[in-house]
Structures are given as structure tokens and as C-alpha cells.
Write a protein that binds this ligand. Structure first.
Ligand code: FAD
Length: 468
């Protein structure tokens, strides 16, 4: 059927926030169009969450073969790790998923436009198509879901070969012999994990005192121990000052509390966070309020200060995670349609980092709980006492659950170890439903599973540890 350019809901950006919001809006009876300048699935499906997880699976196998061959009883005369094949597999994983999303959009009756969108009024968008022609679309409600862009360092030019961002790192088909990663957030430590497994000499430079600085302090300490065991060099408390090209190599000057160092490497990955992408959308002309980083300010309904203009995902500068964006997209569509919905609690969203070992957390860190002066209990359990982890040969790490001392309400959970990113939903649901930690201890978990570690930490918090 021909598109008639008039919609109830127009969404700019087809990442996890935009495409999920589009499906939900359409399900609620809204005639919906989704516009993206590049692709369906946004950063996450094309060059972020999904291809990186595919590379991480290859890295896990490579690590097992390289480091655990003797323990597992595999031997090779000449083990060859073909990174180009791993990269190709990651592209296939990505396109398989984006094709699935294209199908879902079609099934749900969402019209998709490819082109760069700019708001021409609070109810209309001009789309510049690939051939430079333009199409004007109108919508009673507009959702901005344009995502985020990597922060850069003034004076440091990204050449896409030697000095790169995540985008080049995901798409490159070969690896350098040595690399310096600037920044130890999720992206920095995930690439450190992949590259190290493939034998790249990796140094990670972090300005703050610990790795993954937004996590509970003990998580950063544990990750640092693991990285050092894997021979990833860690320079915390060090600031990158300068990068110079010296022939085929880079010289990277870093300063620490006591000294300055010059590191040499084939490649430098700049992974120092993201800022919302709002340039060129015309939001300021319409009076849409932005924060200092250019993020669209929204209320709990995902509405901006201009009636009819809404936003969801990384562009709102809340928690820049795909599942948070999707949850925002759903809430946004439901509010537009006047349907039943929820209010999102950003402090208690699950957070996942796919380093080795993996990290998963939600709620407050122990420092944050202490700052609030709360009386609390910590329940712990190490994976080395978990039968499944021992069988997997992957038993570094632990579970730490913080709960209120008086009533067992969960205040935060901090997990590092095998597949811990799969373990949070039980705890986040318990938090939402007000189920105390004592009841998690009584929730019988199948044996042997990694999830038993959650139950055991809960037993510990309840004062009757079983396997420690
Ligand atoms: P995006 O996915 O960035 O999508 C925005 C879309 O808007 C893009 O497709 C863009 O082309 C389009 N757009 C922008 N401007 C315009 C315009 N003017 N006109 C038309 N279209 C426009 N998160 C997790 O939760 N788990 C992970 O494991 C994880 N891993 C990651 C790994 C990497 C390497 C990276 C880089 C990110 C990772 N993230 C992860 C973060 C995740 O990718 C983002 O949080 C998520 O993509 C945000 O979704 P979004 O819909 O807000 O924006």
C-alpha cells in the first residue's frame, strides 16, 4: 500500500529505543513511521551489543584453547586463530538479527523510511533521502530516539586505522599486535577481553582509581586481578595526555600520580564514554530543552517540555543501555496512546558488562548505601564453591547482595563471574515486588546451576550460609 506521509507517531532513530517504541505504538493502534539514516537496529544490533557478543564468544573459545588446553586435554601442533572469520561471524550474527527486526516491523505495520530526519515543526519532519531528495512526514506525536556518539579527546584525531573508536574496532578484520585502550567502562573492558584472548598485547588506561569505575569498588578490584592474571596491563589512576604517530607505531603519553610514561602500541582505542546525538535535529529551534551534554530532557512519561515531542533511549542521557532504551520506548508509546504503563526506576535497572569475567549489577553500590546511612547486610558467595562453575572450569568471581538489615529488602547486587549477566532477573523482580532476601534463600534453585550462587548469597545474608 502506498505511504501517505501522515502518521499518528513519527519516530526518528531505529535503534532499540526507536524500533521497540514503534512496535508498541503500532500495537496500540497508532499509525507509526520509523525513520533511520543508516540501518534498522541502531548501534546495538549493527555495531554494538550484538556483534561484540559474537566476538566475545569467539574470544572465550580462543581463551579456552590457548590457556586451558592442557587442563581440558586438548593439544595442538599449530593452533591458528582466524580473527577475520570471527569478525565475519559477528557480521552474520548482526544481519541475522536486523533482518528479524525488519520482519517484526513489517508484521506490526510500521512504515520504515531511510534518510536523515530533521524536525521542521513540532508535528513534522523533513527526511533527506539517499539521493538528496526530501520527503515531508507529519505526525501528531514525534519521538526522538537518535542515540549517542562516542566522546572524543580534543587534539586526538580518529583516523580509523591506528587511533580508533568502537565503530572501527567492531568492523576491523584483523587485530594489531599491541593496543592501548583509553577508558575502562563496559566497551573498553569488553574489547580488552576480546583482543587479549587473541594474543594482542593490551594495556588499559583508566583515569579513575579503579576499572569499571561506576561499579561497586570490589568489582573493579576483582576485575583488575583477573585482567592481570590474563596479562592485560592495567594503568588505573592514569590520564592519557597525548598520542603521537611514530612511523608504524603510536606513542601514547600517560601521567599517573607519581610519574609520566610513554606507551608504544600499534593501535589506540578511545573508549571514554558517549554523549547524546542531537546535532542537526532542529530541536533548539523548537525550544526543546536539552541538558549540558545535549541530552533531551524528559519527564517520567518520556515527554519533553514541548507537548507532542517525546524522547527515548541514549539520547535522553539516562542509562545508556539497550534494554533501558527499549523500556523507555515502550513507556513512551504507552503514554502517547494513553495506555496503562509504568514509571522506570533508573537506579534499579540491570547493568551488564561482558568482560571476562562478566559483570552484572543493579541498585546501589556499598559506598552509596553507606553514604545514605542505611543499616545493611552483605550476603556473599564465591563461584569456586559452585559445582556448575567448577565443571565449566570458570570459577573466578563471586556474588555480593546488599540488603536492608531490618527487613531484607534488596538494595543492590554486584556480581562478577561466569555468565552472571544471566542471573539478575530473579533479583530485579524480587526488588520490584518487595520480596525480601530471606525468600530468595528459600526459592529452591536447580542443581547444578550458576544461579545457585544467588541462593547461596541469600542464605549468607539471611544468616545461615550453607556452602561457605
Ligand atoms: P541507537 O542504537 O544509537 O540508535 C539510534 C539510531 O538513530 C541510529 O540507528 C542512527 O542511525 C539513527 N539516527 C540518528 N540521527 C538520525 C537522524 N537525524 N535521522 C535519522 N536517523 C538518525 N548496551 C547494552 O545494553 N548491552 C550491551 O551489551 C551493549 N554493548 C555495546 C557494545 C558496544 C561496542 C557499543 C558501542 C554499545 C553497546 N551497548 C550495549 C549500548 C547500546 O548499543 C546503546 O545503549 C543502544 O544502542 C541505544 O539505543 P538507542 O535506540 O537509544 O540508540
Amino acid at each position: 500500500m502506498a505511504k501517505d506521509n501522515k502518521y499518528d507517531v513519527l519516530i526518528i532513530g531505529a535503534g532499540p529505543a526507536g524500533y521497540v517504541g514503534a512496535i508498541r505504538a503500532s500495537q496500540l493502534g497508532k499509525k507509526t513511521a520509523l525513520i533511520d539514516k543508516r540501518w534498522i537496529g541502531g548501534v546495538c544490533l549493527n555495531v554494538g551489543c550484538i556483534p561484540s557478543k559474537s566476538l566475545l564468544k569467539n574470544a572465550e573459545i580462543a581463551r579456552t584453547l590457548r590457556e586451558k588446553g592442557r587442563e581440558f586435554g586438548f593439544s595442538f601442533d599449530n593452533l591458528k586463530l582466524d580473527y577475520a572469520r570471527a569478525q565475519k561471524r559477528s557480521r552474520q550474527t548482526s544481519s541475522r538479527l536486523t533482518r528479524g527486526v525488519e520482519f517484526l516491523l513489517k508484521k506490526n505495520g510500521v512504515d520504515v523510511y531511510t534518510g536523515t530526519a530533521r524536525l521542521s515543526s513540532k508535528n513534522s519532519v523533513v527526511v533527506t533521502n539517499k539521493d538528496n531528495s526530501t520527503t515531508e512526514l507529519t505526525g501528531a506525536d514525534l519521538i526522538i530516539a537518535t542515540g549517542a556518539s562516542p566522546n572524543l579527546i580534543p587534539g586526538v584525531e580518529i583516523d580509523g586505522q591506528r587511533v580508533i573508536t568502537y565503530h572501527d574496532a567492531i568492523l576491523q578484520e584483523s587485530l594489531p599486535a599491541s593496543a592501548v585502550i583509553i577508558g575502562s567502562g563496559a566497551i573498553g573492558v569488553e574489547f580488552a577481553t576480546i583482543w587479549n584472548a587473541y594474543g594482542v598485547e593490551v594495556t588499559i588506561v583508566e583515569m579513575l582509581p579503579s576499572l569499571v569505575p561506576l561499579e561497586d569498588r570490589e568489582i573493579g578490584e576483582e576485575l583488575e586481578k583477573s585482567f592481570q592474571r590474563s596479562k592485560i596491563k592495567v594503568l588505573t589512576g592514569h590520564r592519557m595526555e597525548d598520542i603521537q604517530h611514530r612511523g608504524e607505531q603510536l606513542e601514547i603519553k600517560v601521567s599517573g600520580p607519581e610519574d609520566e610514561k610513554t606507551l608504544t602500541a600499534d593501535q589506540a582505542l578511545i573508549a571514554i564514554g558517549f554523549h547524546p546525538s542531537t546535532d542537526g535535529l532542529g530541536l533548539e529551534d523548537l525550544g526543546v530543552e536539552l541538558n549540558q551534554r545535549g541530552g533531551v530532557i524528559v519527564d517520567q512519561r518520556m515527554a519533553t517540555n514541548i507537548p507532542g515531542i517525546w524522547a527515548a533511549g541514549d539520547v535522553t542521557d539516562k542509562l545508556m543501555l539497550a534494554h533501558v532504551g527499549s523500556a523507555q520506548g515502550i513507556v513512551c508509546a504507552e503514554n502517547i496512546a494513553g495506555a496503562d504503563t509504568v514509571v522506570l526506576d533508573y537506579d534499579f535497572m540491570p547493568r551488564a558488562t561482558y568482560s571476562h569475567p562478566q559483570i552484572a549489577s543493579f541498585g546501589w553500590t556499598e559506598d552509596q548505601v553507606q553514604d545514605q546511612g542505611l543499616d545493611y547486610t552483605v550476603g556473599r558467595f564465591p563461584f569456586q564453591a559452585n559445582g556448575k562453575a567448577l565443571g565449566l572450569g570458570d570459577y573466578r568471581g563471586w556474588i555480593k547482595i546488599i540488603s536492608r538489615a531490618d527487613n531484607g529488602e534488596i538494595l543492590g547486587a554486584h556480581c562478577i563471574g561466569p555468565e552472571v549477566t544471566e542471573l539478575l532477573p530473579e533479583l530485579t523482580l524480587a526488588y520490584q515486588e518487595g520480596i525480601p532476601i530471606q525468600r530468595i534463600a528459600r526459592n529452591v534453585h536447580a542443581h547444578p546451576t550458576l544461579s545457585e550462587a544467588i541462593m547461596e548469597a541469600a542464605h549468607d545474608a539471611a544468616g545461615h550460609p550453607i556452602h561457605t
